[in-house]
Design a protein around this ligand. Structure first.
Ligand SMILES: Cc1cc2nc3c(=O)[nH]c(=O)nc-3n(C[C@H](O)[C@H](O)[C@H](O)COP(=O)(O)OP(=O)(O)OC[C@H]3O[C@@H](n4cnc5c(N)ncnc54)[C@H](O)[C@@H]3O)c2cc1C
Length: 460
């Protein structure tokens, strides 16, 4: 913010300017209300205090908000549902938080097989609307019942069925985006194939609120998938489960291939018993919807990798119980302590090496690191868990967090497969991308947001 006097006066002036432009229905200056918009789900990120929360009702109000922010040089943090796990929506001091919760328009065009949606809708609401017309919106982050479509777009969210059906960006045909200076871009539309000009919509997907505010998306829908057979396999050792995943991936493409190690299974079973032995080393869950011998191929690969138990079932209720348990894993592990949530990804053949490296780091750093993951995508969430009241344990956990990302990079992988960089992984992003790519990244940012007001102090 440009300083023209003491801090309190500046803050008041900023609030008054937003109130004048947008009114009391849109601009919330009550500190108690603003408090509930400060955090996302990255519990270890310390957010700042916003001067105001803006709750625009339409694109024109988003434009007005950004024009005022640009004029005053005030940082803007765009916020969907605040379920992000990397601090992307965490508020910044002296800024405003722009919530998309009221941008909730929805139209399903069955003839074109698309949904035109406001970013404030929850993922589950889009799925339900599509299902009401016999269609399917596939991207399914484990948080699908609580996260917004805008947040999914801004992080390019993945999920369980993404291994076969693709991630959020694969379903984006069109976007409406408001730039920092208030201009509106309309990118793409309802046309399935369209290569006119740069694919700017892909630039905004995954840009984590640093390049513009997504105010509408045109999403591709498809017919629902066929019924699936669920394969369950347990292993005494997580690395063996990793070998099974690598083997499965070279022969078939299940519609979900999820892994939980023994510690994650134990954390879930404390909340929802699934009937697995207490000493299980790892659990693999696969869903096979291709028919033919797909589920037998998966079962055989698990057995060959040393599974101690393999079973297949077509019972939908049982499948939902197991997949539901997998989706609960992060909140269940969060009951054990403070969690630094990793989101590393590696090439499929490197999966066993990554799992072995994480186990080694946990041992060396004397830190619990339960592991869950969208294994079929090579995307894992080692959950570095510690007691925050113990300074020695905290510094061991922080070292372990860094080392897991370094291990993924050494295996040719990434520091984030789906959660985004946010504030948590900025330092490691630079290690992954290198100086030249960071320079080009900053040039893109500078071209679209020259004053740097959009989600500043994060990774770009
Ligand atoms: C239990 C649990 C399980 C999860 N499982 C998964 C999973 O399987 N896969 C996965 O990908 N993620 C998962 N997540 C993480 C999270 O739910 C996703 O990142 C989700 O996409 C965030 O959506 P949100 O609406 O909560 O976004 P927020 O947290 O509000 O914001 C996330 C980022 O997007 C930006 N943003 C939000 N809306 C807009 C917009 N309209 N325009 C521009 N920028 C915007 C914000 O500035 C921020 O940088 C999980 C989270 C939890 C708590």
């Amino acid at each position: 913010m440009t300083s023209t006097g003491d801090a309190a006066t500046d803050a008041d002036r900023v609030r008054q300017r937003f109130l004048l432009e947008l009114g009391t229905d849109v601009v919330v200056v009550d500190d108690d209300v603003a408090e509930s918009y400060r955090y996302d789900r990255a519990g270890t990120v310390r957010p700042g205090r916003p001067l105001a929360v803006l709750r625009p009702r339409n694109t024109a109000e988003v434009q007005s908000a950004l024009r005022v922010a640009s004029e005053l040089g005030v940082p803007v943090v765009t916020r969907g549902a605040g379920t992000g796990l990397s601090g992307g929506a965490a508020a910044v001091d002296g800024g405003v938080t722009l919530s998309t919760e009221r941008l909730r328009h929805l139209e399903v065009d069955t003839a074109a097989s698309v949904a035109v949606v406001g970013p404030g809708l929850l993922n589950v609401e889009v799925k339900r609307a599509a299902a009401a017309h016999g269609l399917w919106y596939p991207p399914d982050p484990s948080s699908f019942e609580i996260c917004s479509i805008g947040g999914n777009l801004a992080t390019n969210a993945g999920g369980l069925c993404c291994v076969k059906y693709g991630v959020t960006t694969d379903y984006v045909l069109g976007l409406e985006v408001v730039l920092a200076d208030g201009r509106v871009l309309h990118l793409g539309g309802r046309t399935v194939k369209d290569v006119a000009g740069y694919d700017l919509k892909r630039l905004f997907v995954g840009s984590e609120g640093t390049l513009g505010v997504i105010t509408e998306a045109t999403l591709r829908l498809r017919p629902p998938p066929p019924p699936a057979t669920t394969v369950v396999a347990t292993f005494t050792d997580v690395v063996a489960a990793g070998h099974a995943v690598a083997a499965v991936s070279t022969s078939v493409r299940p519609s979900a291939l999820e892994l939980m190690d023994g510690a994650a299974v134990a954390a879930v079973q404390r909340v929802r018993p699934m009937g697995f032995d207490a000493d299980v080393g790892a659990l693999l869950l696969a869903q096979c919807d291709a028919g033919g011998d797909e589920s037998s191929v998966v079962s055989a690969a698990c057995a060959a990798a040393g599974a101690s138990y393999v079973a297949a079932s077509t019972d939908e209720e049982e499948a939902e119980l197991l997949m539901g348990a997998r989706r609960m894993a992060i909140p269940c592990v969060e009951r054990l302590g403070t969690v630094l949530i990793e989101d590393v990804g590696v090439p499929l053949p490197a999966i066993p090496d990554l799992l072995a490296a994480v186990a080694g780091i946990a041992r060396r750093r004397r830190t619990a690191i339960p592991v869950i993951g969208h294994a079929g995508d090579g995307n894992f969430h080692p959950l570095v868990t510690y007691d925050p009241t113990d300074p020695a344990a905290t510094s061991r956990a922080e070292a372990a967090f860094d080392e897991v990302m370094e291990a993924a990079l050494a295996l040719g992988g990434t520091v984030t497969g789906e959660h985004g960089v946010g504030s948590l992984k900025a330092h490691h992003l630079r290690s992954q991308l290198g100086a030249e790519v960071m320079e080009v990244t900053r040039a893109v940012k500078g071209a679209l947001d020259p004053a740097g007001i959009l989600n500043p102090h994060k990774w770009v």
